[in-house]
Design a protein around this ligand. Structure first.
Ligand code: SF4
Length: 353
């Protein structure tokens, strides 16, 4: 499947791979830089826009490689928050979603790395969908390019790998997409405006640290305790919190960046006094901040088991929780429930595939 996709689409190749392709096609290497720049900087979705590329090469590319890795099906706009949810279709008729989230002077695009997700986090609609396949780097990058076509070049200022799927379980293609995004001939996005969010795959966190990409890392923490974390995130049985804390310390030290902890507030599960104490201890062990996320309903997925029992912590209690952490000099961001009216809020992305 992967090689079929790779052979058919031009996008998703790193600059070096594109240079190899040019040589295979009997062309000069520098053409790769021009094509790369057209696709990722100038948002070209038509080879004929590439006016400095000879017509013979454009024709060769047209005949052999599709330029769009995804097709935009529709987008849904929330007038109350300005959030916009995109539905994209892959060449094999899979559906994926991405969300544009405006906030003061920035627009963040939340992108997907898999069709569905195999990890079954109990508070997440995507987890309830199951898993179909990994996305290619071209499909990951095209979510940004297609949304940027609507919003205008450079209008999307930040990217978070926090949509459908676990990016570090699609490691190779995630890395390639990061190499494309951060290349100087590409989008112009600086690496500190790109965040990879993971549920915690410790050996891959270390590999990402060693990759030299130095993007920001977020760990979906959701509990400071192993047993509770295992209850709401089954992956914790395989990769413990302790292993992940070791890995993120390595990441912070190697990349000299601060880790973000994602923390979805679930009533009676992770919003107690001992949870505050647990978080204070963890935050003291690594340069970090906490992103508190109000739990967004997943009732539209008709969940069962523990997922059906989850309730959001009331907002006044969340504020108190955040204040107690701030009293200990911890940086706490309190995220709005942006886009819950269009099921685009954190943890709500789900489509039929
Ligand atoms: S929270 Fe992330 S890792 Fe967990 S099921 Fe949802 S998409 Fe997958």
């Amino acid at each position: 499947m992967k090689s079929v996709i790779k052979d058919r689409f031009i996008k998703g190749r790193t600059l070096d791979e594109l240079k190899d392709l040019m040589l295979e096609l009997g062309e000069q290497k520098f053409r790769a830089e021009q094509i790369f720049n057209w696709m990722y900087n100038h948002l070209a979705f038509d080879y004929d826009q590439m006016v400095n590329i000879p017509k013979s090469l454009r024709n060769k590319l047209k005949e052999n490689y599709d330029i769009a890795a995804l097709e935009k099906v529709t987008s849904e706009y929330s007038a109350s928050t300005g959030t916009e949810k995109y539905l994209f279709k892959t060449f094999d008729n899979r559906n994926i979603e991405s969300v544009v989230i405006p906030d003061k002077d920035r627009k963040t695009l939340c992108i997907s790395t898999q069709v569905g997700c195999p990890l079954d986090c109990k508070f997440c609609a995507t987890g309830l969908m199951g898993y179909k396949r990994n996305l290619t780097a071209g499909e990951i990058v095209d979510q940004y390019l297609l949304a940027s076509k609507d919003y205008g070049a450079k209008e999307i200022t930040n990217i978070v790998y926090m949509g459908m799927g676990e990016p570090l379980l699609n490691f190779e293609e995630t890395i390639k997409s990061l190499q494309i995004f951060t290349n100087e001939l590409s989008t112009g996005l600086s690496r500190n405006r790109i965040t990879v969010s993971t549920s915690g795959i410790p050996h891959k966190i270390k590999e990402l640290a060693d990759s030299g990409l130095r993007v920001k890392l977020a760990l979906s923490l959701h509990s400071a305790f192993e047993d509770i974390r295992s209850k709401i995130m089954p992956i914790n049985e395989k990769y413990s919190l302790k292993q992940n804390l070791d890995a993120i310390k390595y990441y912070a030290k190697t990349t000299k960046t601060r880790i973000t902890f994602e923390y979805t507030m679930l009533e009676g599960i992770n919003d107690r006094e001992e949870d505050i104490k647990g978080l204070i201890k963890i935050c003291a062990s690594v340069p970090s901040k906490i992103n508190i996320i109000p739990f967004n309903s997943i009732k539209h997925m008709n969940p069962d088991g523990i997922s059906a029992e989850l309730e959001p912590t009331p907002f006044h209690k969340i504020q108190l929780f955040a204040d107690k952490l701030r009293d200990k000099n911890i940086t706490v961001m309190l995220r709005d429930t942006q886009g819950d009216d269009i099921a685009a809020a954190c943890g709500q992305l789900a489509v039929k595939f």
